[in-house]
Design a protein around this ligand. Structure first.
Ligand code: ADP
Length: 684
């Protein structure tokens, strides 16, 4: 899979490529320009040299004629008889000379050397030739050398005519005139410049000398110059010099072009290198990041694995503990049932029934604890606000537990340092639940001695702070586990060898409830000496201080519910039986039915005062049946019955018109209290 390329990784190499190529092009351009300039300079220098050389060749060639003239003058004309000999020598030595002639002062060509081939010129009167006459006369008077334009000769061919006026004996005698093309010496010199093409024109633009003309490579570098030949006639020749060899031009430019290609290749290479470097750096960074992430993930995974392993261990421990805690009372109950079945009808079952009762209660406590902790932790527990007397509640609880302690040969004392015994507003049920749990633990973990409950209360600003200590002389708790025992499913004694029953939920529930009430719970303990649990809870003081609980019980003990018209609705026959029997003990003779539809029908036919309504039933559930009953008989008190004790179910039942809610399994005391609550006024 290709990794995603970031803009930076492409843009940097791209701009490097652009920059390097521009640099290469710039340098290339500079070097081409420099080369051109160098070439131009070279052509110029060669042209200058050629111009000078040409003038010196012309001058040197003409010098031979000047020498002849001098000889005429020095010999006062005697030389006239010999000059032809010298002229022949000149003609032999210098191929630039085509002929040399003598033109007398009458402008007639008298002699010509070589005579052969030039016969046609002898006797020619040059005063008749337009281009000759005036210049010849002018220079004869001036005494200076004259050069004609490049001209066609009478005897054939082309040449410049060079006139050198000759004076002796004080008179002008004529001119030594030569037909010249300067070619030989120019060729000799031009041989050294094979890379140049040369073109020389006279003042009439007649080209009289060319070299390498067909090979002109470029006219861009052409050198031109004007050669002053005859100032008297204002006669100028022009010379053009150009590079003639293509290699002369291309040699350098091809190497520059090669450098350009090399430069572009190098910059491309460089950009690619940058690109790959950035890519590799990016990949490395990615790899490092991925590595880091991997390490973090690994760490997390290992933490989670450890947590999962711990959770799994805890779950296993919890399950095995729960299974033990559930199986123990169940086995007890089943075993006792077998005993009862097999025993003689005359046997007294009371003892078995008590044991079964105890086992069932243990089982119920366990289930309640598990449900309670779940409710607490999901924030679904709320506190009721009833008026009650905590001091009395403690007294009742201690007296209820006294027998159990004594049956283990343990003492249970209550030291109440309160004289006020305030009634407070709070959740009595939850408060009792905490104290019961502490008392149960004291009973469970103590084998000799006993437990002492200390009760104190203090009033500050209408707030009664209740302080309860439950101290036992039991096994104690090791210091290092003291901070953990309030965590759920935590037990000092764990595993299959544990000696004491329990789910490890009691103290967790206690702490959560106490915190919910705005109080605190703490523990102090010493191994093998004992433990002290201390609870501090603030309560609002009630305006209405309650009467003594016992006196209340006395008041209601005589109540007669035998006239109450009660209907029990439950699809489970055992539940119907249990509730019917419990009600009968309270003097009530209820009707019953197994489904909601017939319950509605019965309620319409008979004026029931109280209906116990199961929630979960086939055909028509308890909610719907209640709604229909209340539609016709709004005065009927409907009490919900269910093992589902979630707040949602309780709230729902209230919205459907139920007055109260009893959780299964039913508690006889709660049932009794409920009858008192709603019907004491009726029966009194
Ligand atoms: P359970 O009693 O069901 O095991 P608790 O949450 O009530 O659960 O108690 C947690 C643990 O705290 C107990 O298992 C026990 O190890 C320790 N504990 C609680 N109360 C006492 C006590 N009075 N004496 C000694 N140990 C106690």
């Amino acid at each position: 899979m290709y990794a995603k390329v970031r803009k930076r990784e492409v843009l940097i190499p791209f701009f490097s490529f652009l920059f390097l190529n521009l640099l290469v092009l710039f340098l290339w351009d500079k070097s081409i320009t420099a080369q051109k300039l160098a070439l131009q300079e070279r052509v110029h220098n060669s042209g200058e040299l050629l111009s000078q050389k040409f003038l010196s060749i012309v001058k040197n060639d003409i010098q031979s004629l000047e020498n002849l003239k001098h000889r005429f003058e020095i010999t006062d004309g005697d030389y006239f008889n010999f000059w032809e000999h010298d002229a022949e020598l000149i003609l032999q030595q210098n191929a630039s000379f085509k002929f040399i002639e003598w033109i007398d002062n009458f402008m007639i060509i008298r002699k010509i050397s070589p005579s052969e081939g030039n016969e046609a010129a002898i006797g020619l009167d040059i005063s008749k030739v337009d281009y000759r006459r005036d210049e010849w006369v002018k220079h004869s008077i001036d005494g200076s050398m004259n050069i004609t334009p490049w001209s066609k000769m009478t005897q054939g061919g082309h040449a410049f005519l060079v006139d050198v006026p000759v004076y002796f004996n004080g008179e002008f005698k004529g001119t030594i005139t030569a037909g010249m093309d300067f070619k030989e010496n120019l060729d000799a010199f031009a041989e050294n410049l094979p890379d140049y093409s040369i073109e020389i024109k006279d003042e009439n633009n007649s080209v009289f000398y060319t070299q390498n003309q067909s090979k002109i490579a470029s006219k861009d570098f052409m050198y031109t110059n004007v050669l002053k030949i005859d100032s008297l006639d204002n006669q100028n020749w022009s010379i053009k010099v150009s590079p003639a060899s293509a290699s002369f031009l291309s040699e350098k430019s091809s190497s520059t072009n090669n450098m350009l290609i090399l430069g572009i290749a190098l910059s491309t290479l460089m950009s690619l290198l940058i690109y790959f470097y950035l890519r590799s750096r990016l990949e490395t960074q990615r790899a490092i990041r991925a590595n880091k992430k991997l390490k973090i993930t690994n760490k997390k995974l290992s933490t989670q694995r450890n947590r999962a392993e711990k959770a799994s261990r805890a779950k296993t421990e919890f399950l095995s503990n729960m299974s033990h805690e559930i199986r123990t009372p169940l086995n007890g109950i089943l075993g006792l049932i077998q005993l009862v079945k097999k025993s003689d009808k005359t046997d007294n079952y009371d003892h078995y029934i008590d044991l079964m009762d105890q086992s069932s209660k243990n089982l119920l406590d366990l289930v309640n604890d598990v449900l309670e902790i779940d409710k607490i932790e999901s924030g679904k527990v709320s506190l009721k606000e009833t008026v009650y007397n905590p001091s009395k509640a403690i007294t009742t609880l201690v007296s209820q537990f006294k027998d159990e302690f004594e049956s283990k040969s343990l003492y249970l004392d209550l030291k109440s340092q309160s004289t006020t015994n305030f009634s407070v507003i709070g959740d009595e049920g939850k408060f009792n639940q905490v104290i019961i749990n502490l008392l149960k633990n004291a009973l469970k973990f103590t084998s000799s001695g006993g437990a002492t409950v200390t009760y104190e209360e203090s009033l500050v600003n209408n707030v009664v702070t209740v302080n309860i200590k439950v101290s036992d002389t039991g096994i104690g708790i090791p210091q290092h586990t003291l901070s953990k025992i309030f965590k759920r499913f935590t037990q000092v004694d764990q595993g299959i060898k544990k000696k004491h029953e329990g789910s490890g939920l009691g103290l967790a529930i206690c702490e959560n409830l106490i915190l919910l009430m705005g109080g605190k719970i703490s523990v102090e303990s010493q191994l093998d000496i004992g433990s002290t649990f201390q609870v501090n809870v603030p309560f609002k003081i009630s305006d209405k201080q309650l009467k003594d609980v016992n006196s209340l019980n006395d008041d209601i003990s005589h109540l007669d519910f035998s006239d109450l018209k009660v209907l029990v609705v439950d699809d489970n026959n055992i539940n119907v039986l249990v509730l019917t029997k419990l009600l009968e003990k309270l003097g009530v003779k209820p009707d019953y039915t197994n489904d909601g539809i017939s319950a509605v029908k019965m309620a319409n036919e008979k004026d029931y005062q109280l209906v116990f309504m199961d929630i979960h039933m086939p055909h028509m559930d308890g909610y719907e049946a209640t709604r229909l009953i209340k539609e016709n008989k709004p005065e009927v008190i409907v009490i919900g019955l269910s093992a589902d004790v979630t707040s949602q179910s309780i709230n729902k039942s209230i919205t459907f018109g139920m007055k109260d809610y009893l959780s299964k399994p039913l508690c006889p005391e709660k049932l009794h209290k409920l009858l008192i609550k709603y019907f004491s006024a009726v029966t009194n």
